[in-house]
Design a protein around this ligand. Structure first.
Ligand code: MLT
Length: 399
């Protein structure tokens, strides 16, 4: 009765992905690489997929990171293609970078390092020059300062917790905080009612929101002036969340002391009080491995069993395998889809063994286990139902 495991699944890998993650897609069952044609899925880190001709064969996209602004999520949803991420897998790395950024700004480490680097190592009075120069780089301590955290997801919560441990006051703002995040926040974190309240009340402000229409220019001309004179703004979320022109104007007016930014561009690159880093927040060995392993496992479970965890555009779904033959259907979240799906299967003489259906916004997802093999005619009939976006046949591959 059992069918062959099928040809290896083909994964197009657009960026360097940690080997530990790729090992979760074992050779024999998977072909992975940057030149894979007709891929079943795409594994990506920061490559920009907007404007890319994503092959029709693609059934899933897996991002080894948290944000999805480099992926055309809406277009993928219309094709019934889930976009997986690795929420939290790199949060500690980003948290540590925020701490480094705060310390760099507070202790003037960037200009101090530039000062030392331009000294003449052969100068006979080198030591005196070093000692004389240090007066220009006196800083402040973090303990006792107030940190404002805008966005209390996994990174924001870790940053808030670390800042409390460093003796800082923390003011947090997130109108959409999840119950889990709220529980994980230290009780000392004070809750702000608006972005403006954070900007007014903090010496350091760290942004931890995704880039979406609602967060574009979240700190901009309209509100940057509310920041405390000499405040430090940190952006380890995405370029565009802070408006570059407004930030530069605030730096030039000495409203802002420093802008620490992981997303430099031509406009801000050379400003003496911009600490610009090349999108390094999640670039640690640990974070890269965590992300790669997490998305590779999610991708594998989806490709082989149809289960979904951490897709940004699909509901979560996990159905234990009780039958060899499984069909996965992505469809519009409209009435009578389940009725049509089960009727189509019944007309083909298929007995439904188990079925699960979940929805999220406009997207619905259905897994159906049946007691006998499913022919292409039934799959075509399911695909032809109005509102069905994608149909996959998933006979057990034996893993
Ligand atoms: C993220 O979205 O988590 C980061 O951008 C990941 C990365 O640096 O690749």
């Amino acid at each position: 009765m059992a069918e062959a495991a099928g040809p290896p699944l083909r994964i197009l890998v657009l960026n360097q992905i940690a080997a530990k993650g790729l090992q979760r897609l074992p050779a024999g069952s998977y072909v992975t690489g940057k030149d894979v044609a007709e891929p079943d899925a795409v594994l990506v880190r920061s490559a920009d997929m907007h404007g890319m001709d994503i092959p029709a064969s693609v059934r899933a996209i897996a991002r080894a990171g948290a944000g999805t602004n480099n992926i055309p999520v809406q277009a993928m949803s219309a094709r019934g293609v889930p976009v997986f991420t690795a929420p939290g897998a790199n949060a500690n790395a980003v948290k540590e970078m925020v701490l480094a950024g705060m310390l760099m700004a507070a202790r003037q480490l960037a200009p101090a390092q530039r000062f030392v680097a331009q000294l003449d190592p052969a100068a006979p009075d080198l030591e005196q020059q070093i000692e004389a120069g240090k007066k220009d780089f006196a800083g402040v301590e973090l303990a006792g300062q107030t940190l404002g955290v805008i966005g209390l997801g996994r990174v924001g919560c870790l940053v808030a917790d670390a800042a409390i441990k460093l003796g800082m006051e923390v003011l947090g703002y997130d109108p959409e905080i999840t119950v889990d995040a709220a529980w994980s926040l230290p009780s000392q974190v004070r809750r702000a009612a608006s972005v403006e309240q954070v900007l007014k009340g903090a010496d350091f402000v760290s942004l931890h929101v995704p880039l979406v229409d609602a967060t574009r220019g979240l700190v901009g001309a309209a509100n940057v002036g509310a920041m405390r004179p000499g405040a430090v703004l940190l952006n380890f979320s995405r370029q565009g969340v802070a408006d570059d022109a407004a930030v530069l104007a605030a730096l030039d007016a000495r409203q802002l002391a420093w802008y620490v930014c992981d997303f430099p561009n031509a406009a801000i690159l050379r400003h003496p009080r911009v600490i610009a880093l090349p999108h390094l927040g999640a670039s640690t060995r640990e974070a890269e491995e965590n992300c790669a392993v997490m998305v590779a496992e999610q991708l594998r479970d989806y490709l082989e069993h149809g289960n979904i965890a951490n897709a940004v555009n699909f509901p979560g779904m996990a159905m234990a395998r009780e039958s060899h033959w499984r069909v996965a259907i992505a469809n519009a979240n409209v009435p009578n889809m389940l009725g049509q799906i089960s009727t189509t299967m019944a007309h083909a003489g298929l007995n439904i063994h188990n079925m699960a259906n979940k929805s999220r916004g406009d997207m619905a997802y259905t897994l159906v286990d049946v007691d006998s093999p499913v022919g292409t005619g039934v799959l075509d009939a399911l695909a032809a139902i109005e509102g069905v976006l994608a149909v996959r046949y998933l006979p057990h591959r034996g893993s």
